[in-house]
Write a protein that binds this ligand. Sequence first.
Ligand SMILES: Cc1cc2nc3c(=O)[nH]c(=O)nc-3n(C[C@H](O)[C@H](O)[C@H](O)COP(=O)(O)OP(=O)(O)OC[C@H]3O[C@@H](n4cnc5c(N)ncnc54)[C@H](O)[C@@H]3O)c2cc1C
Length: 404
Amino acid sequence: MTSNTRVVVIGAGLAGVRLARRLGELGTPALLVGDEEHAPYNRVLLAEVLAGRYAPEVITLPPPTGLLRTRVTGIDRAARTVSCADGMSIAYDTLVLATGSNPVLPPLRGLFTPDRRLPEGVHAFRTLDDCLGLAKAVRPGTRAVVIGGGLLGVSAARALAVRGAQVVLAQQAERLMERQLDPDASRLVLRHLTDLGVEVHTECRVRDVRCVAGAVRSVELADGYALDADLVVLACGVRPRTGLAEQAGLTVRKGVLVDDELRTSDPHIHAIGDCAQHDGTVYGLAAPALEQAESLAELLAGDTSARYRGTRSLTRLTLTGPGSPFDLAAFGETEARPGDDVVRLTDATRGTYRKVVVRDDRLVGGVLVGELGTVGALARAWEGAEPLPDDGPLLHLLTNDGGS
Ligand SMILES: Cc1cc2nc3c(=O)[nH]c(=O)nc-3n(C[C@H](O)[C@H](O)[C@H](O)COP(=O)(O)OP(=O)(O)OC[C@H]3O[C@@H](n4cnc5c(N)ncnc54)[C@H](O)[C@@H]3O)c2cc1C
């Protein structure tokens, strides 16, 4: 069976759903094809579902019209059709790839069963199904090992600890969330996790996953030490999901290459969100995915002047637990180069920490932990990249919320 639709969007995640909704509002309906079983949802909130704070329905996105549930298995660029796992073929004039990312599965011995599946008890942390699988498996006292100490690993460890699991987090780098945070802020995140009972090992490389009868029993570290485990969470980063684009012969580097019109090397095919690489950057974050969707909707609805020029994106994370919530935000360069000006405010008792880095009168980065009152003003100063006013000390940046 073949159906005819002008704009076809592959992937019903944050970017695909936003694009389809905006196109609908602008009078250019699209067909959205998604391979997940559930109604589209906000992936950013999965840790809250795992922690038991939200029911899965709460994170459902406003439903798009024209959603088809199947997996696209191939693109025929000459015929301008896509083929689907259920045998359907769909014709397009414009195709949009919004296929997101896949979790990185680390090269560990024993990670796969002979039939190439993850052993029982070993889970990635990317989809609602991963999250529901983990939520079902975790009980008070469950021994859980989280592999990876970036944003995903920290969120997963906190959520499992809130559920009463005994959590060990194994981080290969020397500190937590090293990509976003400076060492002082990392230490505060470490303290937050240890206060929740999480045991954190840094500079710790996992070598092996040991299983009995297809179920995980322990995780072995490079130094030979074994951690007993009923549950293992793989939080080792993500990789853009580019298989379809590669098979179709589109230009792919880290992600599917796109220009300022979010167009791939084929002018009839665009890419947005985690799978796309724009101006050298694969963002892997929600805000750029949504901005790209908005820009592309305007373009496809006929605004030929619309362009995507990149996103200066802030990383925000709220770790809610039994105590007060632990908020953090980081943007740009959080570590100073020689010659930069740095302003830092620390309150060890309250566990707050604020720091900005200024270079040549411009704000180039900052990190805020526990006290986010100034985040709006700082983000605006950073996004605008305007020279900072010289009518006051830099400290104002951290103490004056600019009415935000
Ligand atoms: C647990 C977790 C926490 C996160 N927290 C944050 C955060 O705090 N802040 C932040 O900015 N970002 C966060 N992120 C990242 C953020 O979720 C992503 O950047 C965002 O979802 C990207 O949107 P997307 O639409 O490109 O991809 P996705 O949301 O991954 O959607 C892609 C969709 O395409 C589908 N798909 C792929 N291939 C096909 C195919 N061939 N056929 C049909 N469908 C297909 C996939 O199944 C998926 O449903 C988090 C991610 C996770 C997993």
